[in-house]
Design a protein around this ligand. Sequence first.
Ligand code: PLP
Length: 284
Amino acid sequence: RIVYVNGEYLPEEEAKVSVFDRGFLFADGVYEVTSVLGGKLIDFAGHEARLRRSLNELSMPEPAAMGELLEIHRELVARNEIDEGLVYLQVTRGAPADRDFAFPGEEVPPTLVLFTQSKPGLADSPQARKGIKVISVEDIRWGRRDIKTVQLLYPSMGKMMAKKAGADDAWMVEDGFVTEGTSNNAYIVKNGKIITRNLGTEILHGITRAAVLRFAREAQMEVEERPFTIEEAQQADEAFFTSASAFVMPVVEIDGSVLGDGTPGPVSQRLREIYLDESRKVAV
Ligand code: PLP
């Protein structure tokens, strides 16, 4: 695999980052994940805009290559012959000469790394046809979940708790209400209405979420942005989650309680189709 590190395209074995990199020492970094369908990037502009916002919220300097991100993504997709898959972009506050809590000065440039994952069958996913099972776990993450940082330890633990319980993923709950999934935004459907948590610092402002809600409204579907509980989700007609890596993923079981007949519901399936069709049309 060819990866990008600070201006260079290199075989992954030759790519190196300093042991003093703040991403490694302090989880002082942000990232983005953009999906690739038919060799083209989905929702690229949204991911680029959110990256800029994440950097800004953390007073992290923009990498010198900020203006070339689309070209770098395309180059990696081409060099790695990605038809369906993902491009990961990671930015950290760079590698000062020594470990220190205080942010380094301007002389330390941010570290920029991009790599690809080939995922044949990302769009025509067997999991999406079957639906997935989630469990609920307490949300004990920090308070700025609207910034897409690389602090992914607790979401990883949530995923492991789900696996241990025989489920696929975890939905996190704070003060009795679902915040989001370990790596996705959570939704329920009741009497045709799509319900998903309103934006705030409690959740990541999903790029897929924004697109899916726009398509839903354009298709005259009713949308309500408000928090919901696990109990309400268990009583819902349908549930699903959205993310750049899973698009719209039907959820058929929540904490052991089966939704409807245990198969993906019509609204979830329709939204997945609309999202895939519409975003392919404007892919870059
Ligand atoms: N929420 C969290 C915590 C995430 O990590 C992600 C994606 O990785 C999402 C939501 C979905 O965001 P997006 O649709 O931009 O991928």
